[in-house]
Design a binder for this molecule. Structure first.
Ligand code: NDP
Ligand code: BG6
Length: 513
């Protein structure tokens, strides 16, 4: 029955031949694609989804016959949606040629339908509206769930029953959080699978759509110089670092029931880790890559409390300005223990990575906004140049840095002779600085991921077994922290985070980069 579900979201018997006909029809240039942004009145829709759709339109990446529908409870007319979209649309395209003409054209293809999230009747009306725009063409429909997770299932039920395609594909993009632990995530997956098959579900982790994260496999598997070094034999430790220089700012309500470990580590940083550490996939096909990622996750030991440090930012005054602490946010319960910072050491129990610490660090309200991967290599054996660096022996090791954002770059710290008559060494960077090397601006992660979902490319989306494996690593720790009511170490807003993170790194002979 799976093929029929892929086609229209409701089980019915069609043959494999019929399914193949349908699949080829739905890839037809003349097929229509309708994208419904559920929760169109919300923050993510305005900030990311509509701008990404417009950028795709501007770049001629959307199919010829496309329409976009906003759906939410708020009352809005088509004109009001268009006004909202055009006013909030700040994106990389803004200063390009013909931007306003393109915007006019784009807005003509955006429509709004107001309805309840649990009303099949309202979704039926939406379905009728979509149908009017599709005309007699093959109908392909994408629903983007940009809504709080407690209403995911209501929407999937109503959309699949009352607004899914009758003769093309129906796909659903689901935003995180995918549950808060193994049990709730499994319940969500079971719930979704009552109405959809796995191939219809596109679980988004927008870090996978970031240019330098996508480039990780290229760097590794297409350059002879890196892959042979990619193991415990040469790599001393790997660091995955995420920091933001602002607090929860308005999202405290959501954040408090999740905390930084669920918000960033269990998904964004763990996904990067899996891509970084996986074995060579058989091909670049989605299933081959996802199979390798799952193997890495399953080779890891669940996180241990003694290998984790948690922190929470407190108010801090600097230059006459007082920055609020996390619990000063009105949407955060007084005395909340939710971590806004965490550092952890993880290990992969396989032949390639045995004993290599993978250190993760994620925090809000820190001194800088940055996401990077740091690979610290072992010392060169022997001591041929001992003394040539002065006393700082640590400087003699190589380090590869992949700066995911901002100001994307890949640089390798190498040892080099300082030009001159003496024999003095320093450490210099072989630097691939994207802004200097590539003139074209980098698309937003949401552009890549939306385009992939439209094209049915699943490589950058999370499969349910990957999700299960990811939660298995974090759930015992999260439960222990909550049961023990572990108090986070306080750190001042705008600082480098709690000192405990340095002790954790030192335990494994690591210095944060
Ligand atoms: P919002 O809180 O802005 O909610 C989106 C829309 O959902 C609202 O405009 C509202 O529309 C409706 N809504 C909000 N709360 C409820 C409720 N309790 N019951 C029913 N409907 C409600 O969310 P975001 O746009 O910030 O995020 C959407 C999804 O994306 C969430 O799952 C979030 O976790 C995830 N996400 C968000 C990010 C961000 O930067 N904002 C980043 C990464 C993920 P209306 O009242 O008109 O129906
Ligand atoms: C989201 C988190 O997934 O990623 C937010 O929920 C965080 O808390 C955001 O701010 C960071 O994304 P980016 O792309 O701005 O680094």
């Amino acid at each position: 029955a799976a093929p029929s579900k892929v086609a229209n979201g409701t089980p019915s018997a069609i043959t494999v031949e019929e399914f193949e006909d349908l699949a080829s029809l739905s890839q037809d240039d003349e097929a229509s694609v309708s994208i419904t942004v559920v929760g169109a009145s919300g923050d993510l829709a305005k900030k990311k989804i509509f701008p990404a759709l417009f950028a795709l339109y501007y770049e001629d990446c959307l199919p010829k016959h496309f329409s976009i529908f906003g759906y939410a409870r708020s009352k809005m007319t088509d004109a009001e949606l268009r006004d909202m979209v055009s006013r909030t649309l700040t994106c990389r395209i803004d200063k390009r040629e013909n931007c306003s003409e393109k915007m006019e054209e784009f807005l003509k293809r955006c429509f709004y339908h107001s309805g309840q999230y649990d009303s099949e009747a309202d979704f039926k009306e939406l379905g009728k509206k979509i149908k009017q725009h599709e005309g007699p063409r093959v109908s392909n429909r994408l629903f983007y769930l940009s809504i709080p997770p407690n209403i995911f299932l209501d929407v999937v039920k109503c959309a699949s029953r009352s607004a899914s395609s009758e003769n093309g594909w129906t796909r659903v993009i689901v935003e995180k959080p995918f549950g808060r632990d193994s049990e709730s995530s499994a319940a969500l997956t079971r719930g979704l699978k009552q109405y959809l098959v796995e191939d219809q579900i596109f679980r988004i982790d927008h870090y996978l759509g970031k240019e330098l994260v996508e480039n990780l496999s290229v760097l590794r598997f297409s350059n002879l110089v890196f892959e042979p070094l990619w193991s415990r034999q040469y790599i001393r430790n790997v660091q995955l670092i995420f920091s933001e220089d602002f607090g929860t700012e308005g999202r405290g309500g959501y954040f408090d029931s999740y905390g930084i470990i669920r918000d960033i580590m269990q998904n964004h940083l763990l996904q990067i880790l899996a891509l970084f550490a996986m074995e060579t996939p058989i091909s670049l096909e989605a299933e081959d890559i996802r199979n390798e990622k799952v193997k890495v996750l399953r080779s890891m030991k669940p996180l241990q409390l003694e290998d984790v440090v948690i922190g929470q930012y407190k108010s801090h005054t600097k230059g006459g300005i007082t920055y609020p602490g996390y619990t000063d946010d009105k949407t955060v319960p007084k005395g909340s223990l939710a971590p806004t910072f965490a550092a952890a050491a993880l290990f992969i129990n396989n032949a390639r990575w045995d004993g290599v610490p993978f250190l993760m660090k994620a925090g809000k309200a820190l001194h800088t906004k940055q996401a990077e991967i740091r690979v610290q290599f072992r010392h060169v054996p022997g001591n041929l140049y001992k003394g040539a660096f002065g006393t700082d022996l640590d400087r003699a090791t190589n380090e590869l840095v992949i700066r995911v954002q901002p100001d994307e770059a890949i640089y390798l710290k190498i040892n080099n002779k300082i030009p001159g008559l003496g024999m003095r060494l320093d450490r210099s960077n072989l630097n691939l600085h994207y802004a200097a090397r590539y003139s074209k601006e980098i698309p937003d992660a949401y552009e890549r991921l939306l385009l992939d979902a439209i094209e049915g490319e699943r490589r950058l989306f999370i499969r349910s077994d990957e999700l299960d494996a990811a939660w298995e690593l974090f759930t015992p720790l999260l439960k222990e922290l909550e049961q023990k009511r572990t108090a986070p170490e306080l750190y001042p807003y705008g600082s480098r985070g709690p000192v405990g993170a340095h002790y954790l790194a030192a335990k494994y002979n690591v210095r944060w980069g």
